[in-house]
Design a protein around this ligand. Structure first.
Ligand SMILES: Cc1cc2nc3c(=O)[nH]c(=O)nc-3n(C[C@H](O)[C@H](O)[C@H](O)COP(=O)(O)OP(=O)(O)OC[C@H]3O[C@@H](n4cnc5c(N)ncnc54)[C@H](O)[C@@H]3O)c2cc1C
Length: 436
């Protein structure tokens, strides 16, 4: 049930050397490759499945500064600027539209929370506004739900997950990046303690710099190389409607449903923030570090066990690089959508918008979301393995951050002035002393 994604052609020649090898062709990996190539570095981008096959094509498509943790705001602001820039400079449309993001609520506690958040956002110069019931109603268009208030950021927007990472990957290729899909990176070789090459299913590439942008696979990849990266995953279900007349041109989200206008004239809908946590072996390793996050969000979480748990139990923690690895066994993480959650989301939208009372679901999918214990990504060198960089842990909101995260990673790799202060995204804040 993978959602359709724009295709990206592979480069004709597989390189034996690159200045930088990027592992993972999601929005973060392709943006890193793009911004490095623009600085004249030779870059190879390797993706075990297809560009944007996992989270980067399965998300809601919100590109927002709104509601973010204060540590992320400078990066989110820069990302909005880069999305606008990319929209003008790429040959292909990434689907970015600055149509604003609206949060609406019937819960007075949310209003208090947003009111505190807006004060903080003002200090960062954001245009976010706390809305009363009437203003929320006006922005929610023909919505019949009696919202008591809302939060709105006009400079936020939406982009198209099926188009954005492929558009950036094509531009990266045009800028000289060697792009190879269906090519898993099995591991890294070191020499005198620093990165000297990557080993892939198609052979070795000599390099002294590797950027791991492997999304939900990053923790496992890191651990194989003695690098501890606490990461747990959950699963969210999403649907696309048939094309319909526009009720709302931007994106709205609430406790009841989330809905975003798409460039194909349909809507992307989800049942609010509901997520399923499938038990995974990593839970036993990391759960205590995730307790605060779990408690904060438990209202929206379901815990389940599925076949993947047993599959993962059989995966070795140390695998050989000269034979197929779990990365080749699972080319694309494609979980089954939760039909009951999708029905609830669609019903909520049909009730809320009489003009959409008969709208039909055209397509449904689910996506695995990965998170760090503090819900903030790592965009950082990893000190204990010189030449190894990590850009991962985007905790359910990395699509909007993608361009700036890639730019910042390129800055760090290239030794350039960083786009924003990178310290909040350091690896060392999460690292355990040693992993064996
Ligand atoms: C349902 C859902 C809704 C979301 N909504 C939003 C939203 O509205 N706004 C927002 O900002 N974010 C949202 N997100 C989060 C967002 O999609 C992610 O944070 C973002 O896409 C992460 O990008 P990434 O490049 O880090 O990872 P990914 O897109 O997961 O890419 C990682 C890639 O690495 C590849 N890979 C892994 N291991 C290897 C290997 N060994 N060799 C080669 N390739 C490898 C994988 O195949 C994968 O393609 C949502 C996510 C989901 C699932």
């Amino acid at each position: 049930m993978s959602p359709p994604v724009d295709a990206v052609a592979d480069s004709p020649v597989f390189p034996d050397h690159a200045d930088v090898v990027v592992v993972g062709g999601g929005i973060v990996g392709v943006s890193t490759a793009y911004y490095l190539a623009k600085r004249g570095r030779s870059v190879c981008l390797l993706e075990k499945g297809r560009v944007a096959g996992e989270q980067s094509s399965r998300n809601w498509g919100y590109v927002r500064q709104q509601g973010r943790d204060e540590r992320e705001i400078p990066l989110a602001r820069e990302s909005l600027r880069l999305w606008r820039e990319l929209q003008g400079e790429l040959d292909d449309d990434p689907g970015f539209r600055p149509t604003g993001v609206l949060y609406a609520t019937r819960d007075p506690r949310k209003i208090e929370q947003w009111s505190r958040w807006v004060k903080m956002a003002e200090r960062h110069g954001l245009d976010s506004r706390l809305l009363d019931a009437r203003q929320t109603q006006a922005l929610a268009m023909d919505c019949t739900i009696p919202w008591i208030g809302g939060l709105y950021t006009a400079s936020d927007g939406r982009a198209e997950p099926s188009m954005a990472a492929p558009a950036i990957a094509r531009a990266a290729r045009k800028a000289g990046v060697s792009v190879h899909q269906n090519c898993a990176v099995r591991g890294i070789e070191t020499s005198s303690g620093r990165v000297s090459s990557v080993l892939t299913e198609r052979g070795e590439i000599r390099t002294n710099t590797v950027v791991c942008a492997a999304g939900a696979w990053s923790s496992m990849f890191c651990r194989r190389h003695g690098v501890d990266f606490p990461q747990l995953t959950s699963c969210g279900s999403v649907l696309r409607t048939e094309p319909v007349e526009a009720m709302l041109d931007g994106a709205i989200s609430s406790e009841i449903f989330a809905m975003r206008r798409r460039v194909d004239g349909a809507y992307t809908i989800a049942h609010s923030y509901w997520l399923t946590y499938f038990l995974e072996p990593a839970w036993f390793r990391y759960f205590t570090r995730f307790v605060p996050m779990y408690l904060e969000n438990r209202k929206y979480l379901k815990l389940r066990i599925n076949r993947m748990f047993f599959t993962q139990l059989c995966w070795p923690s140390r695998w050989a690089f000269d034979r197929p690895t779990p990365f080749e066994a699972v080319r694309i993480l494609d979980p089954k959508p939760d039909a009951a959650e999708l029905r609830r989301g669609l019903e909520a939208v049909r009730k809320a918008y009489p003009g959409l009372a008969n709208v039909k679901m055209a397509y449904a999918w689910a996506g695995i979301i990965e998170a760090t214990p503090d819900s903030i990504p790592v965009i950082s060198p990893v000190g204990k393995l010189p030449g190894f960089y990590l850009a991962s842990g985007f905790s359910g909101h990395g699509f909007g951050l993608g361009p700036a995260a890639g730019h910042l990673m390129a800055d760090l790799v290239n030794g350039d002035a960083p786009l924003v202060d990178p310290r909040p995204f350091s690896y060392s804040r999460l690292a355990a002393p040693d992993v064996h």
